[in-house]
Design a protein around this ligand. Structure first.
Ligand code: BES
Ligand code: ZN
Ligand code: ZN
Length: 471
């Protein structure tokens, strides 16, 4: 489907269907209010009403703000895709809401059909945005950038949605290599023998029972004059069975999504390179599969991590933090960054704390957390800060090693996981680091906002928004 900006008045565009967004107040004023009322349309947010004979699709919105328009555009596109119309048109509402409409259309219209033998093909070919009285040069960049970010989000979704028999640590590394090739990024892959030389024993232990070798993926985007250097780290568990602390069958289903942090990081570096932002970005991914087997790592093992910190394993299902401990340590040695952001589907506890719709944000710098919260509001991704404290930190104490991989009490699990990672952040980087727990937000089995069944691409829009504003 093609989406385009057209430098014409809406009436001058030839299209099968006109799309109109209506608030309740506007409904009362609307020339079609009688028929709409008869049809039972109340302009409630995320409801639609098709006036086939008039060739208009009405979409209800609570307001003409970005968040409401994004969500309404998602409902609209689903409706249109189920029709047989080939083209549709709508007016640009304002400069500040154009991105949200583009995102709503692309993200809400996304479908993952790779494994369907007969995927439904939508008839819709084209959506035109009428500029009306807006100037093309004022909106063109906004439009093109919104397309880049939405498409990068779909790229992330596509990899997360792929089945675990297809995406394993090695094929994830191949996907990263292809991205590097297409977007002219630097790419370095460390295989298990390299990881052993780097003493990345925590990461290696997690992947030991897998038939697929673990890999550390490092991609870099280096523009000529970079204002800042940013390190991104992603949890890339291509499957999390829980290991010997095996997950219950119902909890194991969907664990192909445990690679969503890694895929988000790939989507972010893709978008940054296409937006040609003048910041240097490094993406580090720990690609590992957590399986069972005779050589599996065990509860009671003590691992010597790359930083020499010893870790008592009490639960092999708390594997993400073990992988990230080594990757964060490696990343800090390789790149002196101004910001270090890690993305991980780290804890079920984060979902319990914040719900499925909000990403957990952890770190030490109040200023950085504040700036990121702003990027959250501007991007439409919901994020909320979970505060570290010294009492929870004590729960990670181990009697036999430097730290335990699980807390001794069951509450505050998202925060204790974050504080575990903090142990591997070097003193000089404490205020540069933020941990994003996307366990709740990365994947959904019921559509919400502009998210459809499956991967959401959480983190991509948020980080693009933040990085665009980096000074
Ligand atoms: N990948 C899971 C976290 C997760 C759970 C992500 C549900 C998405 C949905 C992680 O590796 C895990 O299993 N964490 C454990 C930690 C516990 C053993 C301390 C958890 O959350 O139960
Ligand atoms: Zn796990
Ligand atoms: Zn996991």
């Amino acid at each position: 489907m093609n989406i385009k900006l057209v430098d014409k008045k809406i009436a001058d565009i030839d299209s099968d269907i006109l799309i109109e967004f209506l608030t309740k107040d506007e409904l009362a004023e609307c020339e079609h209010s009688d028929i709409l009322q008869k049809a039972g349309f109340k302009a409630e947010q995320d409801t639609t009403c098709f006036l086939y004979e008039k060739g208009i699709l009405f979409c209800g919105v609570d307001s003409k703000k970005s968040d409401d328009l994004r969500s309404a555009a998602s409902c609209m596109i689903k409706m249109l895709k189920s029709s047989n119309y080939k083209s549709a048109k709508m007016s640009v509402i304002s400069k500040s809401t154009l991105s949200a409409l583009v995102e709503g259309i692309i993200l809400g219209g996304y479908e993952f059909n790779e494994y369907k033998s007969e995927p439904k093909k939508a008839a819709l070919e084209e959506i035109s945005f009428a500029l009306n009285d807006f100037k093309l040069d004022e909106l063109e960049t906004i439009f093109n950038e919104a397309l880049i970010i939405a498409n990068a989000t779909c790229y992330t979704r596509d990899i997360v949605n792929r089945a675990p028999q297809e995406i394993n640590p090695q094929t994830l590394a191949h996907a990263a290599q292809s991205l590097a090739y297409e977007n002219s990024l630097l790419c370095n892959i460390l295989q298990e023998d390299d990881l052993a030389k780097e003493n990345m024993n925590a990461m290696l232990a997690v992947g030991r029972a897998s038939v697929h070798g673990s890999a550390l993926i490092h991609l870099a985007y280096k523009p000529q004059k970079a204002k800042k250097v940013v390190t991104l780290v992603g949890k890339g568990l291509t499957y999390d069975s829980g290991g010997l602390s095996l997950k219950a069958p119902t909890s194991m289903v969907t664990m192909k999504m445990d690679k969503a942090g890694a895929c988000a990081v790939l989507g972010i570096i893709k978008a940054v390179s296409e937006l040609k932002l003048d910041i240097e970005v490094h993406a580090f991914i720990g690609a590992v599969e957590n399986m069972v087997g005779g050589n599996a790592y065990k509860p009671d093992d003590v691992l010597v991590s790359r930083s020499k910190t010893t870790i008592e394993v009490r639960n092999t299902d708390a594997e993400g933090r073990l992988v990230l401990a080594d990757v964060l340590d490696y990343a800090q040695d390789k790149v002196k960054a101004d910001y270090i952001f890690d993305f991980a589907t780290l804890t079920g506890a984060c979902m319990i704390a914040l719900g499925q719709y909000t990403t957990g944000l952890m770190g030490h710098s109040h200023k950085l957390k504040h700036d990121i919260s702003r990027a959250g509001s501007d991007s439409g991704e919901m994020i909320s800060s979970l505060p570290f404290n010294r009492h929870l930190k004590k729960l990670l104490k181990s009697e036999i090693a430097d730290i335990s991989n699980t807390a001794s009490k069951p509450y505050g699990g998202a925060i204790t996981a974050g504080m575990f990672l903090d142990k591997f952040i070097k003193e000089e980087n404490k205020n540069k680091w933020i941990h994003f727990d996307i366990a709740g937000t990365a994947y959904t089995e019921s559509p919400w906002d502009c998210n459809v069944y499956g991967a959401t691409g959480a983190g991509v829009r948020l980080m693009c928004e933040f990085l665009r504003e980096v000074k």
